[in-house]
Design a protein around this ligand. Sequence first.
Ligand code: FPP
Length: 258
Amino acid sequence: MTFPSTIEREKLPKHVAIIMDGNGRWARSRGKPRLFGHRNGVKNVRSVVNAAREIGVPYITLYAFSTENQNRPNDEKSGLMHLLEEFLKRELANMLKDGIRLRTIGDLSGLPVFAQKIVEETVEKTKHNSDWNLTLALNYGSRQEVLNGIQSFAQQVSESGKCPQKIDWSEFSNFLETKDLPDPDLIIRTSGEFRLSNFLLLQAAYAEIFVSPLHWPDFNRQAFIEALQNYIQRERRFGKTGDQISHSTKSTAQIQTT
Ligand code: FPP
C-alpha cells in the first residue's frame, strides 16, 4: 500500500473521532478470546494514527473506554487497562519524536491507579508537543461530561451574577472537556452499527458520520482513506441551503492513491 500522492488538504476533516467497535466479534470469528481482538485493535491504532498524520488530519480522538464499559467483566477491563499501559509505554518515544500531544477526556479517577499514572505521565511529557493531536476518551461518557460542565458553569454564572439569558454556546462549550479541541468534522464507527453510544454528543452536532462494516482490527489505512474520500464528497450545509453553499466549498476533491 502506498501513501496518497495528492490531497486537496483544505477539504480534509480537521478532527476525526473514531468509535473503535467490533474487537470482540473479530476475535470470536477466529475462535479467540475477546482480549485477542482488543490486542489487535491496539495494533491498528498505530496504522490509523500514522495515516492521519501523513495525510494531514491534525486531530484524532479515539473512544478507547466508555463509562458504560465499566460494566464489562473484570478480566476484560483489566486486560484493556494493561493494553493501554503497554501502548503508552511503547508509543511515548514515537510521540516525542513526532511531536504528538496526548490528551484525554473522561474521568481518569475511575481507572486503576497504574493506568491513571501512565496516562498522566504521558500527557505531562507530551504537553509541549504541537505538531499533531491524539486524544483518548477514557472512562468517558458524553452525558456525564455535559452534567459536569453544567454544574461548573451554573456555579460560575451564579457567582458572577451574569444573566442566564445572555449565555451562549461558545461560553458553555468552554466547560466541556473538549474545550481545547475543534468539534469533530467526521465520526467514524466501525463494525456496522449506527449509534453514537454516548460519544461527543454535543460536539458532534454537525459532524458527518461514516459507518464502516469492518471490525476495528480490520479497519486499516486503506479503509481510513476511503472514509476520508467519502467525507470530502459530502456537502456540509450547517443549516443553510445547498444554493447558499458556494461552488468553492462544494467538494469535488479526491485523495488519489498511487
Ligand atoms: C469495542 O469493541 C472496543 C472497545 C470497547 C475498546 C477499544 C479499545 C481498544 C482498541 C484498546 C485500547 C485503546 C488504546 C488506544 C490503547 P467491542 O469489545 O465492543 O467489540 P464487540 O462489539 O464486537 O463485542
